[in-house]
Design a protein around this ligand. Sequence first.
Ligand code: OAD
Length: 254
Amino acid sequence: MPGPGEQIFEEAADALLSRRNAVALTGAGISVESGIPAFRGTQGMWEKYDPMEYATIDAFFRDPEKVWSMLSEMVDLLARASPNPAHVGLADLERMGILRSVITQNVDGLHQAAGSRKVIEFHGNAEELVCLSCWTRYPSRAKILEGIPPRCSCGRILKPDLVLFGEPIPWTAQDEAESEADSCAVLLVIGTSAQVTPACEIPRLSKRRGAFIIEINPEETPLTRMVTDLHIRKVASLAVTRILETIRRVLPPS
Ligand code: OAD
């Protein structure tokens, strides 16, 4: 018999084991326990930096130095972060043949660092910098060490290869994410406020295709009452760890 409060992890584990073919959609909340603040909410980045002034492509064209004052804080946080048990748990689920892929809105690379192999970076990543004038690309880390804002050899200030508001989603990521969302049997939605389109359409697409939607988030989101089948109102590391423990109790050791 599951203990009090354990039932919900059993239900999630059951759905994953009986249906397999799962995909995860992750947002900033999964990396909060790695020390990277989320965007929205009282401790969020957008409390300190107005996204209209610091996170749009127009803002970058207008005043790239100002946008870099926010980006440099972000780059600093990312450099110090490492995967937490939620990232590691998703990589384990992939190795066990239960999770097919991770679609992430995050640019922190922590899923890959945790060992996930199939990661779709919906909003790009912070690994490379690109010149919007001559399109030369540079590895972020080395270039940033030369000084902030980093500059191209042509003199222009470089932009990280992540999606700012007003920029399109990289088409391969959009295409792959849609195909994964379209064909999965379970979608694990972890740590996203589901307020930014088109990423927040992914759970709706999976739901229309008959997938079972498990949402892991201490808060409610616009998905919770309309789209979610099972809401685990816990932080990501605890929820993913508990689900994995339950699955491991049932599955024979490989
Ligand atoms: P948000 O900051 O909007 O939402 C983070 C969500 O994570 C919230 O719903 C929190 O309740 C939840 N959360 C916080 N801590 C958590 C934890 N430990 N475990 C689980 N959940 C937790 O982040 P996103 O939804 O990812 O885009 O934001 C989407 C996009 O908006 C970002 O990719 C970024 C941003 O502006 C661009 O910059 C284009």
